[in-house]
Every structure is written in structure tokens, then in C-alpha cells.
Design a protein around this ligand. Structure first.
Ligand code: UGA
Length: 437
């Protein structure tokens, strides 16, 4: 079986590498020439643990990457579409890339006798596949779904920073489609390539699309819920959010995961999908009361950090503030929707002197702030002469910090948004977000 994968971001490149390493012939396609050059030089265009090793191996085996989709349409049995569906400035999802890919796929389908199954992995609003994607493919190919090509929705649940692990061991596979023959083809492919005990949900395209949004909206809800409780703890002496999260997480109806209170969720998925779900909900005439509260809670988290800075440091003008962690999560260089970036954006106009450290995301941050802030490769250098440090991302390097690392600070105010240090020392002002004093 030959597999085509269009769009080589976190999802596409990881999936392509793993499938090739499992022995499948894979053609990966991306329209970005530079990206293809980087991949062909056996490097990943972004940081993702374990991916470089897997990619290198895959390129030695059965992975070919190219800019052209022609070969994919003519020779592949399954074509996965994994292009990005980013957010437009007004919060809608931008379908430009995916519809463009489908238009090109359609034009090439017109000229071939090959009859592949096209599988949409990109996150799209419920109804997009059976309306816009289907229409684009049918109009350009002059063929019908189920007769000339198949059309399946197969949302992805992998996490950045754990892309390889999640692609190797998915917790769930969702296959949505209207045609049993094509759905069975995709199910057979997954059964051949994956452990047989992975739960598989077979449904229609639109339900599959909604599952993805429901999943991410629920995860976002869990985080905003615990952040809400954490804000209560902050103002309630003697309370500790982690003890509360641990305790309620024992209830199997709640579960332990996604109850880590912090600065709010960021990244390329949860904020975008939540916003898109709110827009979708309003469009179909259903007021998204809960989801709006989840979003609002998340947007207010940065204010909670600023409140602590104001309480313990006072006016920030000309004071040196250190931010540890810029990426939206650990083991990633991705700063999209990162709360650290939002915090810096608030501190710059107040004329704070900002020094930052991140094991992987300094370069991406430079693209946004240039020389408006100071970048450091060593944590100790970032902390030197600082009057307040804010720990934003729970990188393992920060977990290991000891009191000695903070000795060269001018003023030892430590605001730990993830409570990873848990210092109790009279020489220092340690504020763990969600720990009531
Ligand atoms: C998220 C989902 O977890 C994936 O299942 C989904 O496939 C992906 O979106 C997507 O739609 O592509 P991701 O954005 O990579 O994955 O990262 P998460 O691990 O979900 O973290 C998102 C944000 O929530 C981070 O800023 C993280 O620090 C924050 N978070 C997460 C918390 O503040 N507390 C938690 O308990 C968990």
C-alpha cells in the first residue's frame, strides 16, 4: 500500500516518518520549498523530541519528500491531508490552504485512473468535509465521492512535544465517512499498522469533525476550571491548588490529567479550536455560554501574573524582570499563543527591562521582539541582577533549579506559575500561583 501525506507540519511529518518506519511506501508533500530542503537534509524544520531520529531512519527506508503532489495522486492508495488550518484575525478558521490542496487534488484526479481515498486529518469545523471539501474535489475532478475517489475524516489527537509517542501509540482512532467501502479501507490500514486494542470509532464525516472540537474544548475547559479554582486558592490562605487537583483527580469521573493549574493554555490548537467552536456555535444560533467562559478565564490568567508582579515588585519601570520559558509548553520551540509572549507584550509598554531564557524558543521569540528584550542561553545569566523572575514553562531544566541559582538576583522575588520549585525560605519571596498565603 502506498501512502501520500500532504502538509509536513507536526502531524504530517511525524505520521510520514512513523509510517515509513513501519514499512509503508510514503510520499510526503509540502509546498514550502525551504521545508523540503531541510527535510531532505535529514533535519526537522521545528523542534520535536525523537522526530529527527525517526525522520532520518524513514528517509533511509521508504519515505520520499517532494513539493509536487502529482505522484501522490497517480500512485497512492491513501492520501492524508495534514495541512494547517490556522486562525484568521477575526477568529474564524482559515480554509485557504486546505481548499487549495483539494482543488489541486481534484484537478489531478481528473487526469488519472487511480482511485485513492482522501483522508482529512486537518482540524476543520463540522460540516466542512461534506460541504466545502467534497464540492471542491468533485467540481475539479468531475468525479463523485465513492466513484473515482473516497473521502474520509480522520482527526488527529497528538500533542506537540509528544508527537512521536502519540503517533506510535494513539489512544483513539476516529474514522468518519459515508461510504462503507472507503471507510473499511482506512480501518484495514490502521488495523494493519497499529495494535489491535486501540479503540476505533467509526462514524460519519461531520461527527468525526465534531469529536475533534469537543475533545479540545473539553481539555480547555478542564484547564480553565482548575485555573479558576487556583485563583480562588490564591486569595484563600492555607489552600494549595495541587493538593486539590490531586484529590479531585482521584474521582474516576474527573480524572487526574489536565488539572495542572498555570498561566493559561497556549499553543496552536486549544485557543484556536476553542475560538472556532465559539464562532461555529454562534453561527448556528446556539449561545456558547460555557465555552466563552472557558476562553475568558484563559485570557484573564496573564492578568493574575501581572497582579502578583504589582503586589510584590510594584512599578516595573526600569526594573529587570526575568522570564523563564517562552514556548507554550515544555519540549517544544513553538511560541504560538504562548502566554509568555502575551506577558512580555504587556510588560514592554510599562518599560520593564526584560531578560528571557528558553532552552529552545529564544530564536522564535527574537522574530517577534527583536532587540526589545534580552535573550540568554544560560539561566544564571538571565537571572543576574534581576528583580523578579517569572517561571512560565515547566522545562525540566527549571525543575532542577536550587536556591543558589537565584543568589545573584538583586531582589529575590520568584513567581512560579507552575509551582515547580516550591521554595520555603525567608530570604526569598516565593509565590506559587494557586497557593494561598
Ligand atoms: C492539544 C491536545 O492536547 C491534543 O490532543 C491535540 O491533538 C492538539 O491540541 C491539536 O489539536 O493538535 P497541544 O496543543 O500540543 O495538544 O498541547 P497540550 O499538551 O494540550 O497543552 C496545551 C496547553 O495547555 C499548554 O500551554 C499547556 O501548558 C497547557 N496545559 C495543559 C495546562 O496549563 N494545564 C494542563 O493540565 C495541561
Amino acid at each position: 500500500m502506498k501512502i501520500g501525506i500532504i502538509g509536513l507540519g507536526f502531524v504530517g511529518l511525524t505520521f510520514a516518518s512513523i509510517l515509513a518506519n513501519k514499512g509503508n511506501h510514503v510520499i510526503g508533500v509540502d509546498s514550502n520549498k525551504k521545508k523540503i530542503e531541510i527535510i531532505n537534509s535529514k533535519k526537522t524544520p521545528f523542534y520535536e523530541p525523537e522526530l529527527q531520529k525517526n525522520l532520518k531512519n524513514a528517509l533511509k527506508k521508504k519515505l520520499i519528500v517532494s513539493e509536487k503532489i502529482q505522484d501522490v495522486v497517480e500512485t497512492c492508495d491513501l492520501i492524508f491531508v495534514t495541512v494547517g488550518t490556522p486562525m484568521t484575525s477575526n477568529g474564524n478558521i482559515d480554509l485557504k490552504n486546505i481548499l487549495n490542496v483539494c482543488k489541486n487534488l481534484g484537478k489531478l484526479l481528473l487526469k488519472t485512473n487511480n482511485s485513492p481515498v482522501i483522508i482529512i486529518k486537518s482540524t476543520v469545523i463540522p460540516g466542512t468535509t461534506v460541504n466545502q471539501i467534497k464540492n471542491t474535489l468533485e467540481k475539479n475532478s468531475k468525479k463523485k465521492v465513492g466513484d473515482g475517489f473516497g473521502l474520509i475524516t480522520n482527526p488527529e489527537f497528538l500533542r506537540e512535544g509528544k508527537a512521536v509517542e502519540d503517533t506510535l501509540y494513539p489512544h483513539l482512532i476516529v474514522i468518519g465517512g459515508i461510504n462503507d467501502k472507503n471507510r473499511d479501507k482506512v480501518i484495514k490500514f490502521y488495523k494493519k499498522n497499529y495494535r489491535s486494542n486501540i479503540p476505533l470509532v467509526s462514524t460519519n464525516n461531520t461527527t468525526a469533525e465534531m469529536i475533534k472540537y469537543a475533545n479540545n474544548s473539553f481539555l480547555a475547559t478542564k484547564i480553565s476550571f482548575i485555573n479558576n479554582i487556583s485563583n480562588l486558592c490564591q486569595k484563600t490562605p492555607e489552600t494549595n491548588i495541587d493538593d486539590i487537583a490531586n484529590a479531585i483527580g482521584i474521582d474516576p469521573r474527573i480524572g487526574k490529567q489536565f488539572l495542572n493549574a498555570g498561566p493559561g493554555f497556549g499553543g496552536s490548537c486549544l485557543p484556536k479550536d476553542l475560538k472556532a467552536m465559539i464562532k461555529f456555535s454562534k453561527r448556528i444560533g446556539e449561545e456558547p455560554i460555557l465555552l466563552k467562559a472557558v476562553e475568558e478565564t484563559n485570557m484573564l490568567q496573564v492578568k493574575k501574573i501581572l497582579e502578583q508582579i504589582d503586589k510584590y515588585l510594584g512599578k516595573v519601570k526600569n526594573k529587570k524582570i526575568t522570564i523563564l520559558g517562552l514556548s507554550f509548553k515544555e519540549e517544544s520551540d513553538d511560541i504560538r499563543e504562548s502566554v509568555s509572549i502575551k506577558l512580555i507584550e504587556k510588560l514592554i509598554p510599562k518599560q520593564a527591562i526584560i531578560s528571557v531564557h528558553d532552552p529552545k524558543a529564544n530564536e522564535n521569540t527574537k522574530i517577534i521582539f527583536g532587540d526589545k528584550i534580552l535573550y540568554f542561553k544560560k539561566i544564571d545569566d538571565a537571572l543576574k541582577e534581576s528583580q523578579c523572575v517569572i517561571i512560565m514553562t515547566p522545562w525540566k531544566q527549571y525543575l532542577k533549579l536550587k536556591k543558589i541559582n537565584f543568589q545573584k538576583m538583586r531582589n529575590k522575588i520568584i513567581i512560579d506559575t507552575r509551582r515547580i520549585l516550591n521554595f520555603k525560605d525567608n530570604e526569598m519571596t516565593y509565590i506559587g500561583l494557586g497557593i494561598g498565603k
